[in-house]
Design a protein. Structure first.
Length: 241
């Protein structure tokens, strides 16, 4: 199994305040890896640094090659994609136009298979196909999350990073989003999932990291983490004998 992402001793600071302290993690091909932890633990900051949106110290390797100083655009072109917590959709543009923007780097490189990818996205998200001419700003929360995922898939990512995909969604929609995440893995997309809903995240992931105050405090197979007394008590709301 090849390693898609390897992060070693990553440190991120806002001015003199260090928010991420020496984090190391690995994402292998065809795997879902989750990072769970409380608000303010540094989860979103970690994803921003891996994407190249925030300056950092340490080492980031993508597909076996050093990407520590690689620009964001090059990381996207190389198959790394981030769906941010706030989704960052263009509210005044249609669903179809938001999807097209996800393939911008592919247009620039002359990729001829974009229409086929768009058809795949519509097959995966029939609701987006129904609303392709609708403005993104008029969609429900669940539909906006589907559009954010669909736009990311238009880039044909090898590694998809998801920041709090269940945030603010109704329980039934959360189940649907996690079903989609599992289906993406089955389709060959590897995923780094940051999520406060620890129970759902550990159910769908292969491996997990617990991040607290900017540091990894526990890591392991998801099933092992779910059975760890500290994780169960703090993040799953249950006691394990």
């Amino acid at each position: 199994m090849s390693t898609l992402l390897e992060v070693r001793d990553l440190r991120v600071a806002y001015g003199k305040v260090e928010a991420v302290h020496g984090v190391s993690l690995t994402v292998d091909e065809s795997r879902i890896v989750t990072v769970i932890g409380p608000n303010g633990a540094g989860k979103t900051t970690l994803l921003g640094a891996i994407m190249g949106l925030l300056p950092s110290r340490g080492a980031i390797s993508l597909y076996g090659a050093d990407a520590t100083r690689t620009p964001v655009e090059e990381r996207v072109a190389n198959g790394l994609c981030l769906v941010p917590e706030r989704r960052e959709l263009f509210a005044a543009m249609t669903v179809a136009d938001n999807l097209e923007l996800g393939a911008f780097q592919r247009y620039r490189s002359g990729d001829k298979a974009i229409a086929a990818t768009r058809d795949e996205v519509y097959q995966r998200f029939p609701r987006l196909a129904e609303r392709r001419g609708q403005l993104a700003g008029t969609l429900s929360g669940g539909e906006r999350q589907m559009l954010a995922l669909g736009r990311a898939l238009m880039a044909k990512p090898r590694l998809l990073m998801l920041d709090e995909p269940s945030l603010g969604l109704a329980p039934l929609i959360v189940k649907e989003i996690f079903r989609i995440i599992s289906a993406l893995k089955a389709a060959g997309v590897s995923i780094l999932l940051v999520e406060q809903n620890a129970r759902a995240a550990l159910q769908v992931a292969d491996h997990g990291y617990v991040l607290e105050t900017g540091e990894v405090v526990i890591e392991g197979a998801s099933a092992d983490l779910a059975g760890d007394p500290r994780v169960a008590a703090t993040y799953l709301g249950q006691k394990v004998a």
